[in-house]
Design a protein around this ligand. Structure first.
Ligand SMILES: *Cc1c(COP(=O)(O)O)cnc(C)c1O
Length: 398
């Protein structure tokens, strides 16, 4: 079969309209729920906040869920309300969105970067073990791409070291570790409801936990550190209130919570759809020699926020970035998750991190590509992505 020229070289693209890597699914019911909230007496904190929190706690198997302005605010609130600060270390994966580590830095704590396993991009427990010190207060893996971290090893490791195990679950709402929904596996889990995530509030975040004291403190922190008891008293006539600690305005509005509540009702369907599309990628990618999907860990349910492949660069004449450009030209909205956090200028300048610190992470970063995946995608869209990958990897085969 003669090959058609690549779109990047002037050939016809696989798709004329670019397929995005992610997008939200908003239906008429979501819209009506938001309209109802907008017509109510409450624009910001109102009854939908508590309803959303209850539904999210139920979905994540936790006693409490605290709604926050976004996933980054959720991570910040969590770290701050655990009193993690100057002199404290928190071990995080180097391959994550910057906010995972930033949350520790916001509080004056030290983010300590650990390697990920190249086959799964999940935090490597062997490297974590090497990085635990007397100063370690917490370990915070990311359930990367929607797949639960290696909790079989991390749970006993944290317990033996006397440190708190947390989860950046911003990818993983809807996933399960064994029989446990993500949100009930570790001491507390942060979620994001950004539009590319499994469910959306526009912007939104939350922390799920069984620790009721922590939940109480987080609700105060999101409201300037002002004691709610007194706020309630002031509602009943008094103007006075107590600011107990330095908090922020991290509240989520009532209409965003209304959207979140409506979206939560579809979580299971969204997750199943993502899993089915991922299964189609798994099946149809098997004959592409230069393409390796991430490995799945048996026994857990993958929420598939992202579908990530590794390129076998030894089989290609180009690097990941050139393959990325060629796929973009074919109309495929590929992405890269993520540049290792320790390689960002801020971390290099302020924290003294540098290339070479995390060789496994840095090497796998050169190989990764995120393929489009969202719940309203069609199987034929998956087939277009695979066709474009076939076209590009053939043209660039070594
Ligand atoms: C999306 C995301 C965040 C931040 O969430 P926002 O809602 O965008 O602030 C944090 N960590 C990870 C791993 C994420 O994917």
């Amino acid at each position: 079969m003669s090959q058609s020229p690549l779109a990047i070289d002037g050939g016809t693209p696989v798709r004329t309209q670019t397929l995005p890597y992610g997008r939200q699914s908003i239906d008429e019911q979501d819209i009506q729920t938001v309209v109802t909230a907008l017509k109510s007496d409450f624009l910001t904190t109102g009854p939908m906040v508590g309803e959303f929190e209850k539904a999210l706690a139920l979905a994540s198997g936790a006693k409490e869920a605290v709604a926050l302005a976004n996933g980054t605010a959720a991570l910040h609130t969590l770290i701050a309300c655990l009193d993690i600060g100057p002199g404290d270390e928190v071990i995080v994966p180097a391959l994550t969105f910057a906010a995972t580590a930033n949350a520790v830095a916001f509080c004056g704590g030290t983010p300590v970067f650990a390697e990920v396993r190249p086959e799964t991009l999940l935090l490597d427990p062997d490297d974590v073990a090497k990085k635990i010190t007397k100063k370690t207060r917490a370990i915070m893996p990311v359930d990367f791409a929607g797949q639960p971290a290696d909790y079989d090893r991390l749970i006993p490791m944290a317990r033996d070291a006397g440190v708190i195990l947390l989860t950046d679950g911003c990818h993983a709402l809807g996933g399960m570790f064994g029989e446990k929904p993500i949100g009930s596996v570790t001491h507390a889990t942060a979620f994001s409801m950004h539009p590319v995530k499994t469910i959306t509030c526009g912007e939104g975040g939350a922390v799920a936990t069984d620790d009721e004291k922590l939940a109480h403190r987080m609700r105060r922190f999101r409201h300037h550190g002002i004691s709610k008891d007194h706020a309630e008293r002031s509602l009943s006539g008094s103007w006075d209130y107590d600011m107990i600690e330095l908090g922020y305005n991290y509240r989520l509005t009532d209409f965003q919570c209304a959207l979140g509540l409506s979206q939560l009702g579809k979580l299971e369907g969204f997750t199943k759809k993502r899993q089915a599309l991922a299964a189609r990628y798994d099946e149809t990618l098997t004959d592409l020699e230069a393409v390796r999907p991430l490995e799945k860990v048996p026994g857990s349910s993958h929420a598939y926020h992202l579908y990530i492949i590794r390129l076998d660069l030894a089989r290609l004449t180009v690097d990941r970035n050139q393959a990325f450009d060629a796929l973009k030209a074919e109309g495929i909205g590929v992405n890269v998750h993520y540049r290792p956090v320790h390689l960002h200028p801020y971390y290099q300048k302020i924290w003294g991190t540098k290339a070479g610190d995390l060789p496994v992470t840095e090497q796998v970063f050169e190989q990764i590509l995120t393929l489009p995946l969202f719940s309203s995608m069609k199987e034929s869209d998956v087939d277009d992505v695979v066709e474009a990958l076939r076209k590009v990897t053939r043209a660039y085969a070594r």
